[in-house]
Write a protein of this length. Structure first.
Ligand SMILES: Cc1cc2nc3c(=O)[nH]c(=O)nc-3n(C[C@H](O)[C@H](O)[C@H](O)COP(=O)(O)OP(=O)(O)OC[C@H]3O[C@@H](n4cnc5c(N)ncnc54)[C@H](O)[C@@H]3O)c2cc1C
Length: 590
């Protein structure tokens, strides 16, 4: 079953997507709700779903997890920006959810006996978006976040009620304009897409003001003395104005990592929040380990940028990488795993019995066991000015966000693997025409047959074999590309404004600094692939040989795309992430 945060995330993704087209927020639809939730009878009205009244039996079960206490009239139970956010069931009296702004409090809702406070933020451990105040003297049951998580994990009926209410409330907050982030950007600006993706993948609500469409936006920018170079601008939590902020600055401003204690030694630290790392986090946390995931950028990894994954078990019509990894992210949080975003591992200290992962902000986390799931990243083409157009015509992913930027336009895709094939088929749905550039004579050796067939049969896709991209041209945005046809050596110029680079991946192992053995291509060696020399060089101290997926350091595992010999698929990443946890238990018990 998915946690509320999963559904919030899922819903927000839909909200953000629709905004691109309509510049308005969609209202909540029950179609967006996790289908695994027990359906409510049709007679249950929307207000009852949002603000259910608990039965005496349900209240008794909740009371066993928290503490009863009196509240005074006017007492603030939760303040905006507070973290962690406690959860309250009202036993008597009344409480109000309020949104304070410029000294005025907007009333969101008044709740009475047998109703409860809270929304999705409580599960993520992030800051409160609203103020909760008692307006009458009364009595409540108070649960902290850990107690609420414990209850949700053990009581299926209450879990359903809370999840449904939390989702609906978050969406109502967004629809009513109660988000705490405003993003002012332009589709012609590389940073806008990056910031949008960062907020979306973190499931954080934001309002987008499009400079290209909103005539008043310039006045707004002038008010803050913002120049073109400062775009996108992010107004964070109503006051801080961040100009073209890095993902880390956004995470810091929104306090994404504030609840994470860096001082205590973890059972398991996982480096990377792609499918492999998230799977390890779900299994590790659900099996009682104290798990911290470090993610240098945004959750989801490469899979998060896939438009549609059709070969992952259980999704016969496919699922977008964003949806799949968003659910996994929330699932890991539901089981109590903590996730630090926009904070990467920069070094590993291999001394035992504890391993120290050094962070790129200078900090350090100690762990008894480590799973390396840092994956791989796309190769960049050897074109000198490619970075100038990244996010402004050059993309390394083809998700719905990118596809909306090139509706009705011609696009080029570079690469002959499955990700290039998927991108071609997906973009052909909305682009005017797709040119697929591959160096080889065909696709048969590198792409799955089902994709090759779709490409061959699609009227809006032209396969250009033995063709190489050689130049990119434009000012702030890509305007033109040149490619060379290998057979004739003729260079052609095309007014194409969008190029998708899908040209293979290199492992993210630079940060390991020689601590674990790598193969000749830089991927991590594990289990039976390790040679006697590999073990000797690391002074392998144990009588046993390394477990499957274990590196030449005891208790350090490698899973997913970063591992030598891994099949570069979501399923294998997820499988390896979960298998490694079984070995982590063994290591921790030795
Ligand atoms: C566009 C696209 C489409 C795809 N489509 C499919 C498909 O349809 N079916 C399929 O099976 N596979 C598909 N794949 C492949 C699949 O996505 C990968 O095999 C899978 O994501 C690998 O998962 P992973 O967790 O091992 O690594 P990754 O997904 O690469 O995740 C690694 C994570 O680690 C983080 N990281 C890196 N270095 C550090 C560090 N030092 N500190 C902290 N964090 C770090 C990265 O930011 C990243 O989030 C596709 C890939 C792409 C790019």
């Amino acid at each position: 079953m998915l946690g509320p945060a999963a559904i919030v995330y899922w819903t927000l993704v839909s909200v953000h997507r629709s905004r691109r087209h309509e510049c308005t927020l969609v209202r909540y639809s029950m179609d967006m709700v996790d289908p695994s939730l027990t359906p409510l009878p049709a007679t249950v009205s929307r207000p009852e779903r949002l603000f259910p009244t608990l039965t005496p039996a349900q209240i008794t079960r909740i009371a066993a997890h928290g503490r009863r206490r009196a509240v005074a009239s006017g007492e603030v139970l939760v303040e905006v920006g507070q973290r962690p956010v406690p959860f309250f069931v009202v036993l008597s009296g009344k409480v109000q959810a309020l949104r304070p702004s410029s000294g005025i409090e907007a009333l969101i809702v008044t709740q009475g006996a047998a109703q409860f406070t809270g929304e999705g933020t409580m599960l993520t451990g992030r800051r409160a978006l609203t103020r909760i105040r008692a307006i009458e003297p009364g009595e409540v049951i108070e649960l902290d976040r850990e107690q609420l998580l414990g209850l949700i994990q053990t009581d299926a009926e209450l879990s359903d009620i809370f999840m449904r209410a939390f989702v609906l409330r978050r969406v109502e907050l967004i629809a009513a304009g109660y988000g705490d982030v405003v993003l002012i950007g332009s589709t012609h600006c590389a940073g806008t897409l990056r910031v949008e993706e960062f907020l979306t993948r973190n499931g954080h609500p934001f309002h987008y003001i499009d400079l290209d469409r909103d005539a008043d936006a310039q006045d707004l920018l002038d008010r803050f003395q913002v120049t073109a170079a400062d775009v996108p601008v992010l107004i964070c939590r109503g006051d801080a104005v961040l100009r073209n902020p890095s993902n880390r600055q956004i995470a810091e401003c929104l306090g994404f990592n504030d609840s994470i204690d860096r001082t205590h030694v973890r059972d398991l630290v996982i480096v990377g929040a792609g499918p492999a790392g998230l799977a390890a986090a779900v299994y590790g946390a659900s099996e009682g380990l104290d798990v911290l995931v470090l993610e240098s950028n945004l959750p989801g990894g490469q899979a998060g940028s896939s438009s549609r994954i059709e070969n992952y078990l259980g999704f016969p019509t496919g699922i977008s990488g964003l949806d799949l990894t968003g659910r996994a992210y929330a699932q890991a949080q539901k089981f109590g795993a903590q996730l630090m975003v926009a904070k990467g591992a920069s070094k590993l200290t291999c001394s035992r019995p504890l391993y120290s992962v050094h962070l790129d902000d200078g900090g350090r986390i100690d762990a008894r066991a480590l799973i390396i799931a840092s994956g791989a990243q796309y190769r960049k083409p050897a074109i000198s000015n490619v970075s100038q157009f990244e996010g402004a015509g050059v993309y390394y992913a083809a998700s719905r966000m990118e596809s909306q930027l090139c509706v009705g336009e011609e696009v080029a895709i570079v690469g002959g693997g499955n990700s290039a094939g998927q991108a071609a088929v997906f973009l052909a749905e909305t682009a005017k025409h797709v040119h697929l550039l591959v160096r080889k004579d065909g696709l048969a050796e590198t792409m799955s047959r089902y994709l090759v067939r779709r490409i061959e049969e699609h009227p809006a896709i032209t396969l250009r074999t033995r063709t190489e991209l050689v130049a990119l041209d434009g000012d702030r945005h890509l305007d033109r590309v040149q490619w060379r046809e290998g057979r004739t050596d003729v260079v052609e110029s095309h007014d194409i404004r969008h190029v998708f680079m899908m040209t293979g991946a290199v492992p993210n192992t630079g940060w390991l600094d020689g601590c674990v053995a790598l193969d000749e291509r830089g991927f991590i060696k594990t289990g039976p692939d390790l040679s006697t020399e590999d073990l000797t060089s690391a002074a392998w101290p144990l009588p046993r040989t390394p477990y499957l997926l274990e590196t030449n350091r005891p208790g350090v595992f490698a899973v997913g795309d970063v591992r030598g010999g891994n099949i570069k698929r979501v399923a294998s990443a997820v499988g390896e992430g979960s298998i490694a946890v079984a070995f982590v238990h063994q290591v921790l018990h030795q």
